[in-house]
Write a protein that binds this ligand. Structure first.
Ligand SMILES: *Cc1c(COP(=O)(O)O)cnc(C)c1O
Length: 362
């Protein structure tokens, strides 16, 4: 037996690594990044701030100032705290670890964010995926039946959903939160909240089993890796025990504290991207054989309706034209022939539209 066979879990050996394609030289519209940098004056100011950070010291793991800034500026209800993560990916992993009792289950609609399932499996939890309807709305009856059958410890609802981009019906979600009751938690993942203008955060006081999770990534700070989640304090205290004590590094902490004083700037960028989403969506809908789905996020999901122009072919032709988007066509049967494109700058979106138009014709 080889060393690898000896020590590595068989499910890990059987997995493929999370693949991030090399995007050098491409118009990069595959990962829901905000395309804008900070204005030069602010970058200079931030540079000075970072020069004063004591990088020889560990972070102070209470993160009091940063947490107060998040709670005060980002709409966390009075009296509620937050747990911080190295991106919301880490928060998902913390939740999985904390809830991984033998036999416990995680449930989420599919197609959805892949990390819910990946993280659950790493922690030894069973993952139950409940298919959405063909229009990507929640199948409430199927969700309620699965909840009754499996009594999941954790149910994830991404609001809006990735990769479909739509907001689920809020009343359906409330019915799900009530149906789960005190047998589990419902995590509403609001990664795209800056583009959605809808949130469950204000409803936290109504539900002891509700966690609202967000990230600064899609707002324009994907590189610093900072996520936060709020919910009832007893639950947060348990999750915080599982959090590695220094998970948010001092540079991330300093950048985030600085940016919270300039959140209006990030909001203004989100407004531009929402307007661009409207423009891009209309332009895509006008292309023959392209169906565009409604989006409350900073990306659009499209379906190609002509079989010569399969998602795989068109994705490849876009690559030849140095445009990188995401082919989600093989992710789930409901996404057959679908592509996902991040909303970029007006210039990037125009390059993409031209490249797509040419790719559909070839
Ligand atoms: C991008 C994304 C995240 C992960 O965000 P990070 O904070 O960058 O780890 C979480 N949930 C959804 C639905 C996402 O699309």
């Amino acid at each position: 037996m080889s060393l690898i066979d000896n020590i590595i879990r068989s499910d890990v050996r059987a997995m493929a690594a999370y693949h991030v394609p090399d995007s050098t030289g491409f118009v990069k519209l595959d990962a829901m990044e905000n395309p804008y940098l900070l204005p030069p004056e602010l970058r200079g100011e931030l540079g000075h701030r970072l020069a004063d950070v004591a990088m020889n010291r560990y972070p102070v793991p209470s993160y009091t100032t940063l947490k107060a800034g998040i709670c005060g500026r980002l709409g966390v209800p009075d009296g509620f705290g937050v747990v911080l993560g190295n991106g919301s990916d880490e928060l998902i992993s913390i939740i999985s670890t904390a809830c991984a009792k033998p036999g416990a289950k995680v449930l989420a609609p599919v197609p959805g964010f892949v990390m819910y399932a990946v993280s659950a499996r790493f922690a030894g939890l069973d993952f139950i995926g409940v298919p959405l309807k063909t229009d990507f709305t929640l199948d409430k009856a199927a969700m309620l039946a699965a909840i009754a059958q499996h009594a999941p410890a954790v149910t994830y609802l991404a609001y809006p959903n990735n990769p479909t981009g739509n907001l689920f019906d809020a009343d359906d979600m409330l019915d799900i939160i009530r149906a789960v009751g005190d047998t589990g938690i419902v995590v509403v993942d609001e990664a795209y909240q800056p583009f959605a203008q809808a949130s469950f955060m204000p409803r936290l006081p109504e539900f002891g089993n509700l966690i609202v999770m967000r990230t600064l990534s899609k707002l324009g700070l994907a590189g610093i890796r900072l996520g936060y989640m709020s919910g009832n304090s007893a639950l947060l205290a348990e999750f915080d025990k599982v959090r590695p004590p220094y998970n948010v590094n001092v540079l991330t902490q300093a950048v985030a504290e600085f940016m919270l004083d300039h959140v209006d700037l990030l909001d203004a960028q989100a407004t531009i991207l929402r307007d661009e989403r409207t423009r891009l969506s209309a332009a895509l809908a006008a292309l023959p054989g392209v169906e565009v789905f409604p989006s409350a996020a900073n990306f659009l999901l499209i379906r190609l309706q002509n079989t010569d122009n399969s998602a795989g072919n068109v994705f490849g032709r876009l690559l030849e034209r140095k445009v990188l988007i995401k082919n989600v066509g093989k992710m789930h049967a409901l996404l057959d022939n679908c592509l996902r494109v991040t909303v970029g700058t007006p210039e990037e979106n125009s390059v993409f539209l031209d490249a797509l138009t040419a790719s559909l014709a070839s």
